[in-house]
Ligand binder design. Structure first.
Ligand SMILES: [Mn+2]
Length: 243
């Protein structure tokens, strides 16, 4: 059987030193690649572009999509001005990710949004974000850990009626956490499927599509040591094979 080809959205890093300072390099973190392989897929890096025709070309190549983490989503992408605690943004990546999402949804392609990937999924569907956790009423938990990335540092409560619960098989899941933005207003058709104990949204999904999920943590950094996290990627493969 042919293995599902999973596109992974790429980002741009600007080299600070070495042979080519100021040079732009396209990349994804290797854990995304490893997690897709671990779950039985063929990973394919999708380099950042803002050309809709090229994005359509990407979508013709892939069976499923992982939206990777990275820069803060620009507040302008959801009609807000930047507040003081917003971090580094890369507006061209917002354009790229939205093109990917729109085209993937048109094709009903299975899609997993991770961290920033979940946030931009929400924004692409008309939702908004908190520009920092300090702006989330009553949020007290540490959501930006300084531990080994594979180490879970807080728990989330999973809605038992969700696809996420079916995949994880648990109402309480331990996750890592590397974010300072959070979902505020939900995009159209999305539902919240997991929350941290301080009310921060930790997972969303779309009920009108077979598999459109977003998680606020980084399962790819845990997939090699945590079967629940690996199962998220396996569920993406299953969704592709069912399509
Ligand atoms: Mn968190």
């Amino acid at each position: 059987m042919k293995k599902p080809v999973i596109g992974i959205s790429g980002s741009i890093t600007i080299l600070e030193s070495g042979r080519f300072p100021g040079y732009r390099r396209t990349y994804v973190n290797e854990d995304y690649v490893k997690s897709v392989i671990l779950a039985g897929g063929v990973p394919l890096l999708l380099p950042l572009t803002t050309d809709p025709e090229i994005v359509k070309g990407y979508l013709d190549l892939i069976d499923g999509l992982v939206l990777s983490g990275g820069h803060d989503v620009s507040p302008l992408a959801y009609g807000e001005q930047p507040l003081q605690k917003i971090g580094h943004t890369l507006p061209e990546r917002d354009v790229f990710d939205r093109l990917l999402i729109e085209t993937a949804l048109e094709k009903k392609l299975p899609l997993l949004g991770i961290c920033r990937g979940m946030q931009i999924l929400n924004v692409a569907l008309g939702g908004t974000l908190y520009q920092d956790l300090d702006y989330v009423p009553d949020s007290q938990l540490k959501h930006d850990q300084y531990h080994d990335p594979s180490l879970a540092t807080h728990e989330v409560s999973v809605d038992t009626s969700s696809k996420l619960f079916n995949i994880m098989g648990d109402k309480r899941v331990k996750t890592n956490s590397f974010h300072h933005l959070a979902v505020k207003d939900l995009g159209e058709g999305l539902v919240i499927t997991a929350k941290a104990d301080d009310g921060v949204v930790e997972a969303i999904e779309h009920n009108d599509y077979p598999f459109v999920l977003g998680v606020q943590w980084h399962p790819e950094m845990m997939a090699s040591t945590d079967v629940k996290m690996k199962s998220l990627f396996e569920a993406l493969m299953e969704a592709v094979l069912k399509k």
